[in-house]
Design a protein around this ligand. Structure first.
Ligand code: SF4
Length: 726
């Protein structure tokens, strides 16, 4: 591989989970450099998401867009990644300015990449600039070198269907041999042709004897990578041994990890059974509680859903005897995979492939198109990964287009064919057209928000209906907020989840507040006040997981038996105690859970400031489509009219519900909108924001974030310095 730029590498030792060094690559120049991070940096910004936020805040501006040279693509783990003795510790964050939301987005992903990067001496990798030709970055601690090389071309291999680019590259890099101490991130052609490209984290699974992949799926991180001309990053380093993190208290780490592993192994088989079934186990729950998206979130349940319940994937596809963790030592091991699946659809039909997945989200992205075919779900999963497409944004955009077709906003003339619910051939065609930027796929590739604008323009031009009117109508069922497509939970009957989606800083992705289970399924936060409190507390603890390099599932999906005896069982504090012990044992700190939440609040606020800077931070940006709040069209009300009438009766108390079903439907929507509005007020107050969702000056000051940029920004929104002196 032809070297364009290189420097020598002397790995910094890890101490207490940190190397205190960031690797910087400017692809425009091109240059490679390393820079030390001060102790203040880790004390204030923790790692992972915190580092990505701070770098973006300092080094980009309101004029930075996803394709601006100064946009940064940051990959950062935290101090608690890289530890096989503690479950779920291989995660890292990919953060950048998003092509969908035009503000900060990050995505959490597993695999061996970040632990190997840490072993090579780096807490974070920050890539800026744009290369004129496609390149690969190689971080090689074995050869003591970091280099930018011209990206090799493997078109013949890929065209013949033998390998994806990332796999071909990994083989090429190590003379045909795959090894656990070499990992990569890369993406595919779809990332270049859409706004929702993903980044695949590739690692060698020696028991399956193949490359596996996990995805940084949300917000278009892969799109940014391809626009930078970066085909892949390879890292070769140590082998993620126990003790490599060099914790301050070895025994403390061991004990905390053993405690969590014990709870996982004893409790998961009696609760969700993620270890056996993987996240597809959620399909049955979601269908039962009317939460599974069907036909663009119109319905939450379908009689055919049983065709895709978890046992179908388990019996037909998953390999029971093979390991499923996405990093060493995770005994929850929910990352399922299938071997030797013969593809039936698309350009690679007939090929036998290994498939990593499906996760619940991917399966539900397919039901969102009205399809309940397990084989198509497997293939949709595989093609999206290969193309580098977010399964969620792809599925939600396709579903939105199908509903536009159903309601007459699109015709066969616009699309070239019929977009029909449940039609595998049509969904398959749209998927491949989107990945390659061909035909109507060009519209689908832009995501829901931009597709909506295009349709409104076209429809208005053809019919003479004012564009604003069309836009308003489409907005009722265009499932995006801040520009990001909703993840796969119907929030109509969960006010808490409506807030979880609306207030989520990156847009409606559940990793900030997945409250639907505790709200709608378990009814653990029944009052308005409890919902508002949950909407402050959960985003903070979840932010912490993204800052330290940990997976949330062993905490949130495995309820400690003793949690039932606490004030707030849903917070699962007995398990969180293990996490705090693990943190202190690793870093040498003596923090409490409250300290951890305080640290997270700083990061949450910093993200809020970035959103304000990029025009995505006010109350209007937290608004969600009407469909996320209730049965927006009459057919949705009719499908569950008994339920909705009962709900209305409860709401009205002594008052009689209207006789006319249409009036009942309209009243439900009105009450839902009022409740959401009230929720905004309460949550903003709890967070220390104005009614327009702007943080108060003293709140920003309390977290030591009031630099000149923040002062100027808050002044623009009418939050002035005098507030501080008052
Ligand atoms: S719980 Fe699942 S997603 Fe999380 S680290 Fe373990 S295998 Fe990976």
């Amino acid at each position: 591989m032809k070297i364009i730029e290189s420097i020598s590498l002397t790995p910094q030792p890890i101490r207490g989970g940190y190397t205190d060094q960031v690797l910087r690559v400017d692809l425009s120049a091109p240059t490679i450099s390393t820079s030390p991070l001060s102790p203040e940096y880790k004390n204030k910004y923790t790692g992972g998401r915190g580092y990505a936020l701070k770098l973006i805040w300092d080094e980009t501006s309101e004029n930075t867009h996803y394709d601006s040279p100064e946009n940064l693509l940051i990959m950062a783990s935290g101090p608690l990644g890289n530890e096989p003795r503690f479950p779920g510790s291989g995660k890292f964050i990919v953060g950048t300015i998003s092509p969908l939301t035009d503000t900060f987005v990050d995505s959490n992903v597993g695999g061996y990449f970040a632990p190997l990067l840490k072993s090579a001496g780096f807490d974070a990798l920050a890539i800026s600039g744009i290369s004129q030709k496609d390149v690969v970055l190689i971080i090689d601690s074995e050869q003591r070198q970091i280099k930018i090389v011209e990206a090799p071309v493997f078109d013949d291999l890929i065209d013949s269907g033998a390998l994806s680019y990332g796999e071909a590259l990994l083989k090429h890099f190590n003379n045909g041999k795959l090894a656990e101490n070499i990992a990569a991130v890369s993406t595919g052609v779809g990332a270049l042709n859409t706004r929702y490209g993903i980044l695949n984290s590739l690692f060698y699974d020696k028991r399956r004897k193949r490359i596996r992949s996990k995805q940084a799926g949300r917000g278009g991180t892969g799109t940014v990578m391809r626009h930078k001309g970066l085909r892949a990053v390879i890292v070769r380093s140590g082998t993620n041994k126990v003790s490599e993190n060099n914790p301050f208290d070895e025994n403390g780490v061991k004990r905390a990890g053993a405690s969590l592993k014990k709870v996982v192994s004893q409790v998961d088989p009696k609760q969700l059974r993620l270890g056996d079934w993987g996240t597809p186990v959620l399909i049955e729950y979601m269908d039962k509680y009317h939460i599974l998206p069907v036909n663009n979130y119109q319905y939450g349940q379908h009689p055919d859903a049983k065709a895709i319940f978890a046992e179908v994937f388990l019996n037909r596809y998953f390999s029971r005897k093979l390991p499923d963790g996405c990093f060493k030592g995770c005994n929850l091991a929910c990352a399922k995979g299938a071997e030797d699946v013969t593809l039936k659809y698309g350009p690679k039909a007939g090929m036998r492939v290994g498939i990593d997945g499906p996760e619940y989200e991917t399966a539900a992205a397919v039901t969102c198109m009205g399809i309940f075919d397990p084989q198509f779900i497997m293939e949709y999963n595989w093609y999206c990964d290969e193309y580098g497409l977010d399964t969620i944004s792809m599925g939600v955009t396709a579903s939105f287009l199908m509903e536009c077709f159903q309601r007459g906003y699109l015709s066969k003339d616009d699309v070239g064919y019929e977009l029909t619910w449940g039609d595998v051939e049509c969904a398959d065609r749209l998927l491949h057209e989107t990945a390659f930027g061909k035909g109507f796929g060009k519209i689908c590739s832009q995501g829901v928000r931009r597709a909506k604008q295009w349709i409104a323009e076209q429809y208005s031009r053809k019919t003479g209906v004012p564009q604003e009117e069309v836009n308003a109508e489409l907005s009722k069922f265009a499932m995006e907020t801040k520009g990001l497509e909703f993840s796969m939970y119907i929030s109509k009957e969960s006010l808490a989840q409506q807030g979880g989606y609306g207030f989520a800083l990156k847009g409606p992705q559940h990793d900030e507040a997945w409250l639907i289970f505790i709200d709608q399924v378990h009814n653990e936060i029944p009052t308005f006040k409890m919902k508002a409190e949950a909407l402050k507390w959960f985003p903070l603890i979840r932010t912490w997981f993204n800052a330290v390099g940990l997976c949330k599932l062993p905490w949130i999906d495995v309820r400690h038996p003793e949690a039932a005896n606490t004030d707030n069982p849903a917070q699962n504090r007995p398990t969180l105690e293990y996490y705090v012990r693990y943190l202190n044992a690793t870093t040498g700190s003596s923090k409490t859970l409250e300290d951890v939440l305080h640290d997270s609040e700083r990061l949450h606020l910093l993200q809020k400031l970035i959103n304000l800077r990029h025009g995505r931070g006010t109350r209007s940006d937290d608004q969600i489509p009407l469909r996320a709040m209730g049965p927006v069209f009459f057919n949705e009300y009719e499908a569950r009219s008994d339920y909705y009438d009962k709900w209305l009766t409860n709401q009205l108390g002594d008052q009689k519900i209207p006789d006319d079903p249409e009036a009942r439907h309209a009243l439900i929507l009105k009450l839902r909108q009022e409740a959401y509005d009230r929720l905004c007020d309460e949550v903003y107050e709890a967070k220390g924001y104005t009614k327009n969702a702007i943080p108060l000056l003293e709140v920003v000051d309390k977290f030591d974030l009031l630099d000149n940029q923040a002062l100027r920004l808050l002044a623009v929104f009418g939050v002035q310095e005098r507030q501080l002196s008052n």
